[in-house]
Write a protein that binds this ligand. Structure first.
Ligand code: SF4
Length: 217
């Protein structure tokens, strides 16, 4: 990708920098059961996030559903969160994610995370990047759309090729992986949905001649 640096500059100029993610159980909770946004209220500290995964292992499902709803989260995520908490407890420290000195989960732990019912490959990779701080790249619809429409990557490329494209972009432009992923998510939700709305998009100046390619994603 030739314009990696320029594209990152445009993203930063239009969207600004995000606050670095706080790794740990609270971040995993926010990924699985994000808080509903209220137009006039900033969400307070999450008790369920700070208490750690034990709450989800020890309490009854109906209690957990009520606690989730009290934090403006979907109570329907209880079953998944209980399984994730059971996975989390034996291998991760409650506050900071990975045990001291470890940078990556072992293969068996990754495999068990991906096998949890309701955890897609993308969600597993988001948990690893945002909640555990691993240098793993989640590839979602927004990345697929942006990459294909700009001819930066091919739709029939495999996951490793997509991850390599994003990793190279981040390395070349010297930007943190998590920041690049959040910017692409934002571009996807504001401009690059099922139909591209390129006017005003930070990446519009990097479109190929003739405009966006048209892969159905
Ligand atoms: S310029 Fe168009 S195709 Fe490119 S990311 Fe923005 S909306 Fe999508």
């Amino acid at each position: 990708m030739k314009q990696a640096l320029e594209a990152v500059s445009a993203l930063e100029k239009h969207l600004g920098r995000e606050t670095p993610p706080h790794h740990g159980w609270g971040a995993a909770l926010d990924l699985v059961a994000p808080r509903r946004r209220s137009s006039n209220q900033t969400p307070g500290v999450s008790r369920l996030g700070t208490e750690g995964p034990d709450t989800f292992v020890n309490r009854e499902p109906h209690e957990l559903a009520a606690l989730l709803e009290a934090e403006q989260r979907s109570g329907s995520r209880v079953a998944l969160l209980r399984k994730l908490a059971a996975w989390w407890r034996p291998r991760l420290e409650q506050d900071g994610g990975l045990s001291r000195g470890r940078r990556m989960l072992d293969e068996q732990s990754v495999d068990q995370l991906r096998r949890i019912s309701g955890v897609s490959q993308e969600l597993a990779d988001r948990i690893r990047l945002f909640a555990l701080g691993e240098p793993v790249i989640p590839v979602g619809r927004a990345a697929l759309r942006v990459g294909c429409r700009h001819a930066w990557c091919e739709l029939d490329s495999d996951l490793e090729e997509w991850q390599a494209w994003l990793r190279n972009w981040a390395v070349t432009a010297e930007i943190e992986l998590w920041q690049l992923v959040l910017w692409i998510d934002e571009v996807g939700s504001r401009w690059c949905g099922p139909q591209p709305h390129c006017e005003g998009c930070p990446l519009a100046e990097f479109l190929p001649p003739g405009g966006p390619r048209d892969p159905e994603v």
